[in-house]
Design a protein around this ligand. Sequence first.
Ligand code: AMO
Length: 439
Amino acid sequence: VEITGTMDKELVTLAGWVHELRDIGRLKFLLLRDRKGIIQVTMSKKDVPEEVFKAVTTLSRESVVQVEGRVRASNIAPRGVEIIPINLRVISRAKTPLPMDIAGKVRDHSGAVRDAGLDTRLDHRVIDLRKPQVASIFYLRHIVLRAIHHFFDERNYVEVQTPNLISAASEGGTGLFPVQYFEKKVFLAQSPQLYKQMLMATGFDRVYEVTPYFRAEEHNTVRHLNELTGVDAEIAYISSEEEVMTELEELLSCVVDTTIEVGGEYLEKLGVELTPLKTPLPRLTYKKAVELLQEEGYNIIFGEDLDTKAEKILGRIMMEKTGCKAYFITRFPSSMSKFYTQVCTDDPDVSTHFDLEYGGMEVASGNQRVHDMETLKNRIISSGLNIDDFSYYLEAFEFGMPPHGGFGLGLDRLLMQLLKLGNIREATLFPRDRDRVTP
Ligand code: AMO
């Protein structure tokens, strides 16, 4: 229960962390912090039992205490109430000094106080997460995830769990973490790609999965993790990738709407203002994107990757032209696509691959898949992969496979972009990167 001024004179018991102690001689204030915020426990020498008054002087910050006391409405205390304690019990005493305080400050060697860097914060993540702004990110992540599950459920998707230990590359040859699996070498899954496709041959028609991706990419950037959470969907009986894009943009729009509707208090704490998306989102072909970049004097030729800077410039241009924060880049060159991606029927030089961009960064990608067995075999071989590694996957295409397509949305990346976080690690409780596997 939330303690409010209407509970004046009621006896309550509450527990939380010692946020701060203020001692002005005959009067002591204990600021107790719990999920709801900070509540003031006021102790004057004459009103409070002597042992309680004494116990408070030995308390260290961030200790966990339980306070039993009477509520007193107050118009100067935080949350409009203070607690006059009858009893105080130390449940867990915090060691001193703290590695950093809850405001995210650290003291350096010279004794000067400064903001803790992200590395220090992640080293002491449990303490870091006690900071209300930091916690807000994860309340919002919870809200986003709930919206995603709700969206898929409403649209009759079946939630699935596919293996994370796999025998062959799902996204092509690179970026795999090998794992010793008894006497064999297997890999951590880069994505559920092959399995979600195989499920299209079962009759489930629409599946989704929220799952870790493990990517052994070397780059240590603000937008890459080595373990991340993907939101994957796969849809059967589609006639083009357009149907997949429609599902994806409606999902994104639903996530934004729900976050605005339910997450207001947390968005406010982070100082983030979200605006609803108008669907359908704009579509920009890769070819047009290259032209726009060239007009801006950015050096890029057809067939090259759109790097971070290119995406940023395009994000700005699209914002100016359409007023939309999110848009699709479509019809990527076939030469850039994965073996499972279908080329466009009207132009084999470009493929059905699309990226969803939000705030100048890719947050999701997808395509219509190759469902013809012979084409798929040829594509695996011409990608330089070993066809024998894919026999279990190919079998699913041998006995009746409907046309299908899907997408993968990076949850951490999405949070980073929605909440304008400078670093993807901020959106992940315990991030895994090139240098970090603890905590
Ligand atoms: P892709 O490789 O584009 O596609 O991944 C999908 C989305 O996942 C996120 N993402 C990452 N986020 C943080 N760190 C990384 N290292 C990282 N790698 C990917 C991005 C990206 O848009 N199987 C296809 C999807 C499909 O076609 O269904 C796939 O995995 O937000």
